[in-house]
Design a protein around this ligand. Structure first.
Ligand code: UDP
Length: 358
C-alpha cells in the first residue's frame, strides 16, 4: 500500500518515529511535514535523534491565526494528495496539521486513518478539541489509544469505525527513555549559558494558550515552582519564551532552570529521573504515568482520564497554593494497571491499516 503520513508538531514526530519504522517494512510511506513546528530543537532534532526518515515534502507553513494556518496547509496538502493519490492518509493527534490534512483528503475521497482518535476533553474553549472532533468525523478508520477513546466514539455514533490499538507514545517511551542518562545531558539556558541536570529536580512544561496568553497563570505556576524543595527544569516552548524571560527578569526565579526546548531523548530521560512532573501537555502527563511519577496537570479539563487514578495525576488551576497542595498529595501505584497497552501499538496501527485496506 501507499500511505501518506502528515506530521507537523513535536508529539507527532514522536508517534511517527515508532509507526514509520514498522510501516516501511511492508509498505511505501510518503512523509509530509507541514512545517507547523520548525525550530531545530522542535523539529529537526527529533528527526535526527529518533532516526525518522527525511520528509518527502516540507510545506514550510507555520504561524498566523488558526484559520490562516489551517487554510494554507489545506491548499498545499491537497496538491500533494492529488499528486500522490495514496491508499491511505495517516494522521496523528489534534493539531492544525491534523485537521488540514483530514479536510483536504476527505474531499478527495482518500481514506483517512486517525491515530489517537476518540480523545475528548469536553472543553469548548480548547482549540484542539475542534480539531479532534472534525478529524474523527471525516475519517474512516479511528484508532484509539485507550478504552475511553472508544467510549467517546460510541457517544458520537463513531464506534463502527473504531479500534483499540494502544498508545504509540507508550511504545516510544519504552524504546527511547533509557537511551540517555542525566549526566549526558547539557541544558542550554534561555538567554545563554549551559547547565548540568541537578542531582534531584522537578520537571515542568507549560505552553498551552490557556496558561501562557497572559502573565498571571504562568506567574502563579512559576511562583509555586520557586517554593519546591529541589530545582525545577523548565524547557520553554518558543511560543512563550519572551514572556517567561520577562517574568524571570521581574521576579528572579533563581531555582527554576529555564532552558531551550530539549530533544525527545532528553525529555524522556528527565521524566524518568524527575521527582515529580508539572505540566499542561497531553504527552507529558502520560509519560509521567509511564514512569510512575506523580503529576500535576495545570488545566481545567481532563485529557487522559486513565491517568487520573490513585492520586497519580491531579488537575490544578494555575494557582500557586493549589499546585503545591496537589503536588504534595501521595499517589498509589498498581503495577497491573496498564491502560495504554503493551508497547506494541505501532504494530497494531499498521495491522489495522492492512485489515481495513480500502
Ligand atoms: N518534549 C520534548 N522536549 C521538550 C518538552 C517536551 O521532547 O522540551 C516532549 C515530551 O516529552 C512529550 C512531547 O514532547 O513527549 C509533548 O509534546 P507537547 O507538549 O508539545 O504537545 P502535547 O503533548 O501537549 O500535544
Amino acid at each position: 500500500m501507499k500511505i501518506v503520513t502528515v506530521v507537523g508538531a513535536r508529539p507527532q514526530f514522536i508517534k511517527a518515529a515508532v509507526v514509520s519504522h514498522v510501516l516501511r517494512e511492508r509498505h511505501r510511506e510518503i512523509l509530509v511535514h507541514t512545517g507547523q513546528h520548525f525550530d531545530y530543537n522542535m523539529s529537526e532534532q527529533f528527526f535526527q535523534e529518533l532516526d525518522i526518515p527525511a520528509a518527502d515534502y516540507n510545506l514550510g507553513i507555520s504561524g498566523g491565526t488558526h484559520a490562516q494556518m489551517t487554510g494554507r496547509m489545506m491548499i498545499a496538502l491537497e496538491e500533494v494528495l492529488q499528486k500522490e493519490l495514496p491508499d491511505w492518509l495517516l494522521i496523528y493527534g489534534d493539531t492544525n496539521s491534523t485537521l488540514a490534512a483530514a479536510l483536504a483528503a476527505a474531499k478527495l475521497h482518500i481514506p483517512i486513518c486517525h491515530a489517537e482518535a476518540g480523545a475528548r476533553v469536553h472543553s469548548s474553549t480548547n482549540p484542539e478539541e475542534i480539531n479532534r472532533i472534525c478529524t474523527d468525523h471525516v475519517s474512516s478508520l479511528l484508532l484509539a489509544s485507550t478504552a475511553s477513546g472508544l467510549e467517546e466514539m460510541k457517544k458520537e455514533g463513531l464506534a463502527e469505525k473504531g479500534k483499540l490499538v494502544g498508545d504509540p507514545m507508550f511504545d516510544a517511551f519504552l524504546l527511547y527513555s533509557g537511551r540517555l542518562q542525566p549526566g549526558e545531558i547539557s541544558l542550554t539556558l534561555l538567554g545563554g549559558g549551559k547547565a548540568e541536570v541537578p542531582e534531584s529536580f522537578y520537571y515542568l512544561t507549560c505552553h498551552r494558550e490557556e496558561n501562557t496568553n497572559t502573565d498571571e497563570p504562568l506567574q502563579e505556576i512559576l511562583r509555586a515552582m520557586e517554593q519546591l524543595d529541589a530545582p525545577v527544569i523548565y524547557p520553554v516552548h518558543p511560543r512563550n519564551k519572551a514572556r517567561a524571560l520577562r517574568l524571570k527578569e521581574q521576579e528572579g526565579f533563581e531555582r527554576i532552570l529555564m532552558t531551550e526546548p530539549v530533544g525527545y531523548l532528553e525529555s524522556a530521560c528527565l521524566v524518568k529521573h524527575a521527582k515529580k512532573i508539572i505540566t499542561d501537555s497531553g504527552g507529558l502527563q502520560r509519560e509521567a504515568f509511564f514512569a510512575e511519577k506523580k503529576c500535576v496537570t495545570i488545566l481545567d479539563f481532563v485529557v487522559w482520564p486513565e491517568t487520573m487514578v490513585h492520586g497519580r495525576n491531579e488537575l490544578s488551576a494555575p494557582r500557586t497554593e493549589e499546585i503545591l497542595k496537589k503536588l504534595s498529595n501521595p499517589q498509589k501505584i498498581e503495577k497491573s494497571y496498564q491502560p495504554f497497552g503493551d508497547g506494541h501499538a505501532a504494530e497494531r496501527i499498521v495491522a489495522a491499516l492492512e485489515e481495513a485496506r480500502p
